[in-house]
Structure formats: structure tokens, C-alpha cells
Design a protein around this ligand. Structure first.
Ligand SMILES: *Cc1c(COP(=O)(O)O)cnc(C)c1O
Length: 423
């Protein structure tokens, strides 16, 4: 058992044996699989076992793993040097490409992770408005920077940590928490903090508390409340960007944010994040303006090459999103039907190629209803699926990611496993 042996070694030198808590299998009572390689929709672990992968590196692999065009771009860029700490043409091309396809994106700054992107966008919003307070939603994850680790969903939810230790109260004093899909909770915070709210930040589709779609009118309501109160609307599109559509959730739902953040897909598997939006806000960023933000490896040539290659395919493949979303729709519909026929108390939430099975019998519309799910039942489901060669996230509170590399056969095999689980 190579994974077991590697985990034993890892635990001695890496906290919990993993470099990100969401990779631990603790909540499902197992040891994590160590992955050796991946291709298309499949990953292979250190013991040579093959799985159909629905994690996709938590989103980036929308074309499947090791896409030949992405690999080729990376090899080519690497040969020219790994990093210069100076401006390069690829960064210009990347910025132009992103601004040409994302609604309202006039300027963008590259960083190295989604965490950094959100942290910097919040700083820009505060610098621009001259206000300190921020509204976020319970169950939305925006990376692990201090100010945003408040009821943060995802890994913290799985670990049962309400808020992180080591975050001084002062760092989160200006972070106010509203309920997802509850405009009244936002209105109340605006009323109680008049002229003090810099921004509302939201995952347009909650994708770090399982998958929770925005209710009809929710995002439009946030837009209106921000406008009425002189606050900025930030869409954290680290998951939804280039996932729901080429223009992300802004295009998918037809709602314009003032700032948006990206990560995951835009790096094609390399560590990349970005934040951008209205020109008048982005012109506050150093060296143009007084909001400081920097990065030694930002816009790294190899990372840019990978991201560019992937985004170009997404842009240039006719009907890419239409096809992926339709296939996903059918798959999630079939999965929901199988669970229902099996008499399992489950709710299947999905938007485009993001989906999640909640083991509960009431609608999941926010953090509280997500938390109500039967995590013991999830554990049994997870164990059954992984034993049958289906790799899903080891947590009730994470999304399932479909890619264009998932074949009809992959999906049929997965549905068949679900059918055997319920019977
Ligand atoms: C993953 C994620 C982040 C953090 O990105 P990292 O690259 O892991 O730092 C931020 N926001 C959302 C919505 C995410 O899903």
C-alpha cells in the first residue's frame, strides 16, 4: 500500500500529512490517496489504481488532466526560462484575453492564488471607497487570508472549525456576515453600518458549502443594495470563472460586478490567481495608485502559458460551454433520479458543470441548510464510490466538477456505481 506508506512518512513532516486540509480524508475515516499521474478524466494513485476523477484539482482541469495543448505550451515556455521578475508579453496577452471575454473587466492584475486575488480585491475596494467594512456570506469561502476566515465553508466546515485560531479579533472586526440567498440579512447590515460598507463579496454560486445556486433575484438584489449604499460588489469567481461560461457568472446570470476574482481554471493547473474590474478602481493599485499589492512570481511565464493555452481552447471550441453544461445537466439529472428511486433522502443541487449530492431531505439554499446534511451517510457514499473507482471530494461540502474529458462511458460507469450504492 504505497499511499498508506507515503501518508505515514508525510504525517511526520507535514501537518496532517497534506499541504491543504481539503486533501485529508479524515472526515471520511480514510487515509488520502497519493496521486501519481492523471490523463483526461482519470487519475492514478501510487498503488496503480485508476479512478474517474470528479475533483479535477478542485476545478482547474475543465479540459481534463494533461491536455496536450496545455502541456506543449508549458514545455515551450519553460525552455525560455522559468521566471524573470520582469514584464513579459504573455502577461499582456493574458490580460487582453481576459478583458476581452469577461463582462466589465477593464483592467486585471495577476497574482499566484485565489487567496491572494481575493485579499487584494478587498484591499482595492477599501482603498477606493475609503471604507473598512465588508459583507460576506456564511458558507462562502474566499481563501485563507485573515479577514475572510469567518464562517468560511469548505475545509473549515469539514473540519468543524467555526473560525480559525490565530486570526486576531481585530482582523475580522470589519467582516460582517450575512446569509446566502437572504437579501434582508444584507439590507439589515447596510442599515446598521450606514456609509461604512466598502464591499459585498459573494461566490455567485456557493461552491464551497456543497453547491448552492443563487435564488432568483438574489444577485440582482445585491447589485441594487450596493448601488443604493455606495458599496462595491465583488464576485469571487475563483470557481465560477470560466466554469459556468466564458464570461463566468457575470455573463451566466447577466449581473455586473465592480470587481471580480479568478483562480483555478485560469492557471490551467498552475498556481495562478487574478483580480480586476472597473478601470477607476484598478487605477488605485500601485504603482499607479496608493493601494499596495505586489508579487515576485506574479504573471509567471510558465503559469501564463498554461492558462493562456487552456483559455484559448475554451474560447475557440464552438459551443464548449453549451455542450459541457448540457451533458452535466443530464448527468446530474440522472444521478438525482437514481438516488430518488433508491429511496435515499438526498437533494442534488447543480449549476452547469458544478454539482453536489446533499444527504438531506430539505432544500439546500444556504449555510444552515447545507450543514443539516447527514455526513455519516456521505461518508458511506464516498467510501463506496472510491472503492468502485470513482474519485469525488472527501467532504459533503465540496462540489463535483465535470470536465469536457468525461466520456459517456465515464458518466455511465459513475451512475452505475451510484445505482449499486442505493440498492
Ligand atoms: C479555491 C477558492 C479560493 C482560494 O483559492 P486558492 O487558490 O486556493 O488560494 C477563493 N475563493 C473561492 C471561491 C475558491 O473556491
Amino acid at each position: 500500500m504505497h499511499s498508506e506508506m507515503l501518508f505515514e512518512r508525510a504525517r511526520k513532516v507535514i501537518p496532517g500529512g497534506v499541504n491543504s486540509p481539503v486533501r485529508a480524508f479524515g472526515s471520511v475515516g480514510m487515509t488520502p490517496r497519493f496521486i501519481e499521474s492523471a490523463k483526461g478524466s482519470h487519475i492514478r494513485d501510487a498503488d496503480g489504481r485508476d479512478y474517474i476523477d470528479f475533483v479535477g484539482s478542485w476545478g482547474p482541469m475543465i479540459l481534463g488532466h494533461a491536455h496536450p495543448a496545455v502541456l506543449e505550451a508549458v514545455e515551450k515556455a519553460a525552455k525560455d526560462g522559468l521566471s524573470f521578475g520582469a514584464a513579459t508579453e504573455r502577461e499582456v496577452v493574458m490580460a487582453e484575453l481576459l478583458c476581452s471575454v469577461v463582462p466589465g473587466l477593464q483592467m486585471i492584475r495577476m497574482v499566484n492564488s485565489g487567496t491572494e486575488a481575493v485579499m487584494s480585491a478587498v484591499r482595492a475596494a477599501r482603498g477606493f471607497t475609503g471604507r473598512d467594512k465588508l459583507i460576506k456570506f456564511a458558507g462562502c469561502y474566499h481563501g485563507h487570508s485573515d479577514a475572510l476566515l469567518v464562517r468560511a465553508g469548505s475545509g473549515v466546515m469539514t473540519q468543524g472549525i467555526p473560525d480559525s485560531a490565530g486570526v486576531p479579533a481585530g482582523c475580522t472586526a470589519d467582516t460582517l456576515t450575512a446569509s446566502f440567498n437572504d437579501l434582508q440579512s444584507v439590507e439589515e447590515l447596510f442599515r446598521a453600518n450606514r456609509d461604512q460598507i466598502a464591499a459585498v463579496i459573494v461566490e455567485p454560486v456557493g461552491a464551497n458549502m456543497g453547491v448552492v445556486p443563487p435564488a432568483e433575484g438574489f444577485l440582482a438584489g445585491l447589485r441594487r443594495l450596493c448601488d443604493e449604499n455606495g458599496a462595491l460588489l465583488i464576485f469571487d469567481e475563483v470557481i465560477t470563472g470560466f466554469r459556468l461560461s466564458l464570461g463566468g457568472a457575470q455573463e451566466y446570470y447577466g449581473i455586473r460586478a465592480d470587481l471580480c476574482t479568478f483562480g483555478k481554471i485560469i492557471g490551467g493547473g498552475m498556481p495562478v490567481g487574478a483580480y480586476g474590474g472597473r478601470r477607476d478602481i484598478m487605477e488605485k493599485i500601485a504603482p499607479l495608485g496608493p493601494v499596495y499589492q505586489a508579487g515576485t512570481l506574479s504573471g509567471n511565464p510558465v503559469a501564463m502559458a498554461a492558462g493562456l493555452a487552456q483559455i484559448r481552447i475554451l474560447k475557440e471550441t464552438p459551443d464548449f460551454y453549451k455542450e459541457l453544461n448540457e451533458r452535466s445537466e443530464r448527468f446530474f439529472g440522472d444521478l438525482a433520479a437514481i438516488l430518488k428511486e433508491g429511496g435515499i433522502r438526498a437533494v442534488l443541487n447543480h449549476v452547469g458543470s458544478l454539482g453536489c449530492v446533499f444527504f438531506t431531505d430539505r432544500e439546500v439554499t444556504d449555510y444552515a441548510s447545507a450543514k443539516d446534511s447527514d455526513t455519516e451517510r456521505f461518508k458511506a457514499y464516498f467510501r463506496f464510490m472510491i472503492d468502485n473507482g470513482i474519485y469525488i471530494a472527501p467532504s459533503q461540502f465540496e462540489a463535483m466538477f465535470l470536465s469536457s474529458a468525461h466520456s459517456d462511458e465515464d458518466l455511465a460507469v459513475t451512475l452505475d456505481a451510484a445505482r449499486r450504492f442505493v440498492s
